[in-house]
Design a protein around this ligand. Structure first.
Ligand code: 5AD
Ligand code: FES
Length: 345
């Protein structure tokens, strides 16, 4: 296996057969060799720096019905909320004082947030915090809409492709959602000039090794600046309530593979990883991730932004999470830095 890992490190690529072997490998020495190689590449480009993003969950209204997601429209057993411009600006102010220089506005697909409203929010954030980057994660919108948001100052956009296989996509989503449109959105975002992020869940229902290989191939084609992956975690009010969660081991392995394939990519160690394992986020960093995204949302709404069960950090203030993550990163010899944290050229 070491020669396959060396080849991946040297050429940032493998053939399908080699990828399959690596994805299915259970040998702990090989997996440790993969992790070490990924950590080395990570340190070549980013040293021991960890970038932070302040996540502001602006709305849990969503028109979609993804089978895995707790805020799906079909979930009638949740209270819905949305944040006003003032509340969002307050979160940024709080976050700025805590050293955040990137704010991520994430929400369900909620038509309340028109282009006009979002552009006005973006203008206010950019005027008040000119040294900060703004990332949007608001789902599928039209080319024209994305363009307006970009022109109003949004720097980055996160839209996970969820799965690169159209067949697998149709098992995770109702017929009203289109795999083709999702990919189109990603190419639109890139074309407009956004630093674009994509990604997928690890261990989502019906996922096969071939699906994961297709995910990696799609990312090689898209060449995103950011790749977000995390384990699937079941939510009790969804059609996937009874499916097993994705595993820590496979998620960490994929983080390491992604680091070797995309040496400079911005790769978060996600909250979902911290949810399935108490030290999941630390392990993600040690496997090659270089970003963490603590929550800046007002505490009173946090429990309602429940994409999956048992989500961590729903009771803590922003300052507590900031401190907690600081200590967690220090405990593994890494440091959170006060920076926009753009991708290295
Ligand atoms: N488990 C893990 N991740 C989830 N997401 C949505 N629902 C779940 C779940 N049950 C992820 C999706 C989405 C991102 C915002 O959260 O990949 O793109
Ligand atoms: Fe939120 Fe630890 S990061 S409590």
């Amino acid at each position: 296996m070491n020669n396959i890992i060396e080849k991946l490190k040297k050429t940032q690529d493998l053939d399908d057969n080699e990828l399959r072997q690596l994805l299915e490998c259970q040998n702990t020495d090989d997996i440790e060799y993969l992790r070490k190689s990924a950590e080395m590449v990570r340190q070549e480009h980013y040293g021991k720096d960890v970038y932070i993003r302040g996540l502001i969950e602006i709305s849990n209204f969503c028109k979609n019905n993804c089978y895995y997601c707790g805020i799906r429209a079909g979930n009638k057993n949740t209270d819905r909320y949305r944040l006003s411009s003032e509340q969002i600006l307050d979160c940024c102010k709080n976050g700025y004082a805590l050293g955040f220089r990137t704010f991520v506005l994430q929400g369900g697909e909620d038509a309340y947030y028109s282009d006009e409203l979002l552009c006005s929010i973006l203008t206010q954030i950019k005027n008040n915090f000119p040294d900060c980057a703004v990332t949007l994660s608001l789902g599928e919108r039209s080319y024209e809409s994305y363009k307006k948001l970009y022109d109003a100052g949004a720097d980055r956009y996160l839209l996970r492709h969820e799965t690169a296989s159209p067949e697998h996509y149709s098992r995770l989503h109702p017929d009203s959602m289109s795999h083709e449109n999702r990919l189109k959105c990603l190419y639109d975002l890139k074309k407009i000039g956004f630093q674009t992020g994509s990604g997928f869940m690890v261990g989502s229902p019906f996922q096969t090794t071939d699906n994961l290989i297709a995910d990696l191939r799609f990312l090689q084609k898209l060449k995103p600046a950011m790749i977000g992956i995390g384990p699937f975690v079941s939510h009790h009010e969804t059609p996937f309530a009874d499916f097993e969660n994705g595993t820590l081991e496979l998620t960490l392995k994929l983080i390491s593979i992604l680091r070797l394939m995309f040496p400079k990519v911005l790769l978060p160690s996600t909250t979902a990883l911290g949810t399935i394992s108490p030290t999941g986020r630390e392990k993600g960093i040690l496997a090659g991730a270089n970003v963490v995204m603590p929550n800046l949302s007002p505490v009173m709404f946090r429990k309602l932004y429940s994409l999956y069960d048992d989500k961590i950090c729903t009771g803590e203030e922003a300052a507590e999470c900031r401190n907690c993550l600081n200590n967690r990163m220090l405990s593994i010899g890494y440091n959170i830095v006060v920076s926009r944290g753009d991708i290295k050229e």
